[in-house]
Write a protein that binds this ligand. Structure first.
Ligand code: F6P
Length: 353
């Protein structure tokens, strides 16, 4: 083993640079292996000339705490299953071979890991590192980026609390997460939200309003509502919208909920959409440590020739699972047996049911 590549794919998140740094340091320091950074996910291998940068110690000296990814990323619905998929795979394979790489470490979410697994089936040795603020990758208890994201949600709910209380308002906070409610549930509980709406539990306005009214009866003339972007009322569907760039994204349910609550409760209601603030900024301690642990394991697997796997966190231990366990699988969702669901309702948080 002489040379490995690394790329970052899908939406960015805090902790990607921490993973890149650790891959480079461990590869050079422990194994004396050269590391080539591939720019903009698999796009870097598909462009001619290939878009790469050699990653030496000095390139990663100061990136541990930086948000985003020094390699760039790409998440415009890229896939090898599209009509030009064969051509993309051909270009990716030729790009990989032209660099003389022995393995490729791919830091990404479910979509990117599915593409990496397709490359592996075609003979390109790949290893995955899971990342996404959504925390929705199957098989791993946590992904890089999630912890930093919920820190922000926690702080946002706490900030909204003081202004909500001062003005006797209902504050609605819309957070990301796609079709999984991990960000809303964890960030909402940590921040002290009174109502948390997640895609796993279709909500009714009756239950939300009953909670707000109950709080009023206790003299609490304000309420904090955290809404996951994928949440939806019972009997309806999640709100996807076509972005001008062509990508289909969730978003907008926060405003709908706020308008409806204003109408039904007559309480002054405001909406905050956290948006991409959740993806930006520095990684927290937990994400830097997780990124470091994942990266060490990924490099060691590459050296042992154990490719075709994704490193994961299971019951506190770093291990790896074959791509088959992740590829094209449904994204992870909150189980109704999750103790945090019970914990929320045990302390009186309304989950919209
Ligand atoms: O998957 C991460 C995520 O931030 C989702 O929570 C969100 O729905 C989506 O990406 C937004 O993506 P974009 O970069 O297209 O705005």
């Amino acid at each position: 083993m002489k040379k490995i590549g690394i790329c970052t794919g899908g939406g960015d998140c805090p902790g990607l640079n921490a993973a890149i740094r650790c891959v480079v340091k461990h590869a050079i320091h422990t194994h004396n292996i050269q590391v080539i950074g591939i720019k903009d996910s698999f796009q870097g291998l598909q462009s001619r000339p290939v878009a790469t940068m050699e990653l030496r110690y000095d390139h990663v000296a100061d990136i541990l705490h930086k948000g985003g990814t020094i390699l760039g990323t790409y998440n415009k619905g890229d896939s090898f299953s599209s009509s030009d998929g064969h051509q993309k795979i051909k270009l990716t394979r030729e790009g990989f071979e032209s660099l003389g790489l022995d393995a490729l470490i791919v830091v990404g979410g479910e979509g990117t890991q599915t593409m990496a697994s397709q490359l592996h089936e075609l003979g390109i040795p790949t290893i995955g590192i899971p990342k996404t603020i959504d925390n929705d990758l199957p098989e791993t208890d946590q992904t890089i980026g999630f912890s930093s994201c919920i820190d922000l949600v926690n702080e946002s709910v706490m900030r909204l609390q003081s202004t909500a209380e001062s003005h006797d308002r209902v504050m609605v906070l819309e957070v990301m997460g796609r079709d999984s409610g991990f960000i809303a549930l964890h960030g909402g509980i940590a921040g002290g939200a009174n109502i948390i709406l997640i895609p796993e539990i279709p909500f009714t306005y009756e239950s939300i309003c009953a909670k707000i009214k109950y709080r009023q009866s206790l003299g609490r003339n304000y309420s904090l509502v955290v809404v996951s972007e994928g949440a939806y009322p019972k009997g309806e569907d999640a709100k996807y919208k076509l972005h001008a760039s062509g990508s289909k994204n969730l978003g907008g349910i926060g405003q709908i909920v706020a308008d409806e609550l204003q109408k039904r409760t007559q309480m002054d209601t405001r909406i905050t959409v956290l948006g991409h603030l959740q993806r930006g900024g520095q990684p927290n301690t937990s994400d830097k440590i997780l990124a470091t642990r994942f990266a060490i394991h990924a490099v060691d697997l590459a050296v042992k020739g154990e490719t075709g796997k994704v490193v994961v966190l299971q019951n506190g231990q770093i291990t790896a699972v074959p791509y088959e366990k992740i590829k094209n699988h449904e994204r992870r969702k909150i189980s109704m047996e999750d103790d945090l669901v019970k914990a929320a309702e045990d302390i009186g948080v309304c989950l919209g049911r």
